[in-house]
Design a protein around this ligand. Structure first.
Ligand SMILES: C[S@@+](CC[C@H](N)C(=O)[O-])C[C@H]1O[C@@H](n2cnc3c(N)ncnc32)[C@H](O)[C@@H]1O
Length: 296
């Protein structure tokens, strides 16, 4: 039986309507998108790490718990979760499109396995090296200083569908030598947290390089787990229309504030049909702004 898609409406849209922010569950949201319609998916799914451990933040021991959205349901259910959203990504991705998925050792083995099970072809495993990682407080293993970004296509090897790889631009950026798959990039600085911060916020420079490597202006970029909206901001600055989705009201709010700051003063728009009386959602509707594409 076909599952009826839930009606989800954007809480923010650009003037041309091509770029949108949704406040919804990632699966409900993706079910509203047509098959083979997206050029690039850049996403940072929950690593499902919030299971009462501790970590080090700003030199202090603190809980790893980030919210119920990051809680593990056990190995099997976690793998099913990753399979389910990756299956929807596979459906909506164009045969010429590519997908980028971030992860640490806690998640990328399951994500990578699910990708292979679903028929993705992994093109690269980018190592994002963090120059200044927090110390490992337990002192029972090396300090974690990298994340992996899997880059994949759904087109089989030798397919007539060619994905975009802006080889020349990447080579030029690397001083005329082939760009390697280890990227040394600082975590987000204060300038990326002016409107609030997300506990797992990714640096704009990381998303920016991925999008510049794999898309051209006008390509549609999607992120089903938007967090602070980093994918939307990176896409906006590169003149790529984007559709991003986030479930937690405070992060939807943060995404919208970041987008509004990029684009100057905003005008309230009419309700796109969202009926939810949740106070945060109401505030989102009241403050939702327009954006002027190509404002940078
Ligand atoms: C790892 S964070 C993304 C952080 C983001 N890349 C950034 O730089 O700000 C994952 C996000 O997915 C959201 N999330 C978790 N489960 C979700 C679901 N089922 N549907 C939509 N969003 C979800 C969480 O609220 C969280 O903000």
């Amino acid at each position: 039986m076909r599952i009826q898609p839930v009606l989800v409406e954007p809480v923010w849209a650009s003037d041309d309507g091509l770029s949108q922010v949704f406040h919804a569950d990632a699966l409900d949201f993706m079910q509203t998108l047509p098959s083979d319609s997206v050029d690039c998916i850049w996403t940072d799914p929950p690593y499902l790490l919030s299971n009462d451990g501790t970590t080090c933040v700003a030199g202090k021991r603190t809980t790893v718990n980030k919210g119920t959205w990051d809680k593990s349901q056990g190995l099997q259910l976690d793998h099913e979760f990753h399979r389910s959203w990756l299956a929807e990504c596979h459906r909506i991705l164009k045969p010429t499109g590519t997908i980028w998925v971030t992860g640490t050792l806690h998640v990328y083995l399951s994500v990578g396995m699910a990708m292979l099970e679903l028929g993705y072809r992994i093109l690269n495993d980018i190592t994002w090296e963090k120059p200044n990682p927090p110390p490992n407080l337990g002192c029972r293993c090396f300090t974690h200083s990298t994340e992996t970004v899997l880059w994949a296509t759904k087109a089989p090897k030798g397919s007539r569908h060619k994905y975009t790889f802006n080889y020349g631009e990447m080579r030029q950026e690397n001083g005329g030598r082939q760009m390697k798959s280890v990227w040394n990039i600082l975590p987000p600085g204060r300038d990326e947290k002016l409107f609030g911060k997300h506990p797992t916020q990714k640096p704009l420079a990381l998303v920016d390089r991925c999008l510049r490597a794999s898309t051209t202006a006008g390509d549609l970029v999607v992120d089903p787990f938007a967090g602070s909206g980093v994918t939307g901001i990176a896409a906006l600055r590169l003149n790529r229309p984007f559709i991003v989705c986030e479930n937690e009201p405070e992060y939807v709010d943060l995404t919208i504030r970041r987008l509004q700051a990029e684009c100057g003063p905003s005008q309230p728009q009419e309700n796109h049909g969202l009926q939810d009386e949740h106070p945060v959602q109401r505030r989102l509707l009241e403050t939702r702004g327009t954006y002027v594409p190509h404002c940078r």
